[in-house]
Design a binder for this molecule. Structure first.
Ligand code: SF4
Ligand code: SF4
Length: 389
């Protein structure tokens, strides 16, 4: 997976629809992209890097579908390698709580996938340093030690992103970096940092999950796109450009893709599978300048904060846990009948207090399952998002 690997095969991008099921489509697109043997090439481990940014399941278009991960794990095992899941959610979310909401432990157990829990805060025990040649802003960063020998299978979701415009193969690998490096990426400028990161990390295979996908105010609370497509290939930029064509996005409107085209050149690829043309014209998020500035500001402020806060605490996490910012549920006392349905729907303990009708902002992971379950429409969603108010 490291940048030193030479890709000698033809640059193929395979596209297939998921009408006959995501698992079937996943096996098909892997074969169209050259087959899993050509990805594994005798390696003993394959890292599966899905997009599990938060506790919003794949039906919302926020996270990678279990069916895709299952099919990939089967293909990896058939090649004699061990599938290992490695993923840390967005900075403001807790990994264990996110895994609980999504049911990751159970899914991985049932499908014989090992979960690798690297220390998200960094440190020499789990991480190795990369200094990609030609990097302009993110000159040094860390990846898990295990990636020295493992293959990397990147499994992003085809969706928009309120900060980067769109998140596909090139951005998704960010979730494999420790939080201090992710903080640097936001502070230095996310567009150039994504390009720099991709000078050091070259996935052995990308499969973009567009089985649902999301447009508008993604990556969590945008509109379900129902694209029913998978896109696979080795070269991240080629795969991302092919995805842009499917959703009518000009890559030059996406800062990291524009910079990648300027600095890496426009790649050529051979299309395999179906030539499906435009599936749905995506609406890109409205990136209000003030929102972008405030979001950016959290990261530089985290440097002084981390000197005084205990390890693992971040300015961003602390700010969100005040309950003053971020997309979050709020119970309307007048409408609530105290039925308790929301408490049963919440996958985490002790978040909703039925006596006070308060949602604990320190433990709530903002999955909105309570909001969807309430029979009285007594829960509203506060904060910036595309969700129903
Ligand atoms: S589900 Fe709705 S009505 Fe029932 S307790 Fe929760 S907020 Fe109140
Ligand atoms: S309170 Fe609602 S939004 Fe928060 S974790 Fe529970 S179900 Fe999810």
């Amino acid at each position: 997976m490291l940048a030193t690997r030479t890709i000698t095969d033809t640059n193929t991008v395979a596209i297939t629809r998921t009408f006959d099921g995501i698992e079937e489509a996943a096996h098909r697109v892997i074969a169209q992209a050259g087959g899993m043997e050509s990805v594994i090439r005798g390696a003993k481990i394959a890292i599966l890097k899905p997009n599990l940014v938060a506790g919003r399941d794949a039906s919302t278009g926020s996270t990678t579908s279990f069916e895709l991960m299952k099919a990939v794990a089967e293909e990896v095992r058939a090649c004699g390698a061990e599938p290992v899941l490695c993923e840390t959610p967005g900075t403001e979310f807790d990994r264990e709580a996110t895994y609980t909401i999504l049911g990751i432990e159970k899914f991985c157990q049932e499908n014989n996938i090992r979960i690798l829990r690297v220390d998200p805060e960094g440190g020499e025990a789990d991480w190795m340093e990369l200094r990609p040649e030609g990097a302009r802003k993110l000159r040094t960063f860390h990846i898990p030690q295990i990636m020295k020998e493992a293959r990397l299978i990147n499994l992003p979701v085809l969706k928009t992103h309120v900060v980067s415009g769109i998140t596909l193969s090139m951005k998704n690998v960010m979730g494999i970096l420790p939080r201090p490096d992710r903080r640097n990426m936001h502070t230095f400028g996310i567009g150039q940092s994504i390009v720099d990161m991709n000078l050091g990390i070259k996935p052995d295979l990308n499969i973009v999950d567009g089985s649902v996908g999301q447009d508008g105010e993604g990556p969590l609370y945008g509109d379900k796109a129902d694209l029913q497509v998978l896109v696979a290939g080795r070269d991240s930029l080629s795969v991302d450009l092919a995805c842009c064509e499917l959703v009518g996005v000009n890559p030059r409107d996406i800062p990291h893709l524009r910079l990648a085209l300027q600095q890496m050149g426009r790649p050529w690829w051979q299309l395999a599978g179906e030539d499906v043309g435009l599936i749905k014209r995506f609406r890109l998020p409205e990136q209000k300048a003030l929102y972008r500035f405030i979001f950016w500001l959290m990261y530089p402020l985290d440097y002084p904060y981390s000197w005084i806060a205990e390890r693992g605490k971040h300015f961003c996490t602390s700010l969100y846990s005040t309950g003053l910012v971020g997309t979050r549920p709020k119970i309307n006392e007048e409408k609530c009948t105290h039925c308790g349905v929301c408490v049963d729907a919440c996958p985490l303990p002790n978040v909703i207090d039925l006596t006070t009708l308060k949602v604990n902002p320190k433990t709530c992971q903002r999955c909105l399952l309570c909001y969807e379950a309430c029979p009285e429409n007594a829960i509203s969603v506060k904060g910036y998002s595309g969700a129903r108010q």
